[in-house]
Design a protein around this ligand. Structure first.
Ligand code: FES
Ligand code: FES
Length: 154
């Protein structure tokens, strides 16, 4: 049995340990905010956090998260997450929306580790999150905006 914490709740999984985490979260837990894009860890649409670090859930066997803390977009709760979501709305970042859950997960993890990233650090942290609508410029602006907001809160 594989036990882990999903959005603060303990879950037990008794199936195939090679099942991708994304399958379990979407199909069995019915949390569909994390998207399936490429399936091969190339687009970032499926990004979740494992112990606060972004992972590609499409390519992460569920056995890897044993005893860990998994957070999806539905369970994201922190000052950084709130600042990111506010900035996303303010700057109207979203276009079609498909990649945006993954973008927000990566942006939040970045700000939790580095509350005032420069452009280069943002580009590096976000490089695995592709956007077919090319919202990259607004994503970067929103991360700066969230960082400014967080700095005022301290
Ligand atoms: S669906 Fe996981 S990285 Fe593309
Ligand atoms: S907003 Fe459409 S793929 Fe990113």
């Amino acid at each position: 049995m594989i036990s882990f914490t999903l959005n603060g709740k303990k879950v037990d999984f008794k199936g195939d340990p090679n099942m991708p985490l994304l399958w379990y979260v979407r199909d069995e837990q019915k949390l569909t905010g994390s998207k399936f894009g490429c399936g091969v860890a190339m687009c970032g649409a499926c990004t979740m956090h494992l112990n606060g670090t972004p992972i590609r859930a499409c390519s992460t066997p569920i056995s890897v998260v044993k005893d860990g803390q998994v957070t999806t977009i539905e369970g994201l709760q922190s000052k950084a997450a709130a600042a990111v979501q506010k900035a996303w709305q303010k700057l109207d970042v979203v276009q079609c929306g498909y990649c945006q859950s993954g973008q927000i997960m990566s942006a939040t993890a970045l700000l939790e580790q580095n509350p005032k990233p420069n452009d280069q650090e943002i580009n590096q942290a976000m490089q695995g999150n592709l956007c077919r609508c090319a919202t990259y410029h607004r994503v970067r602006q929103a991360i700066h905006s969230a960082a400014t907001h967080l700095a005022k809160e301290v």
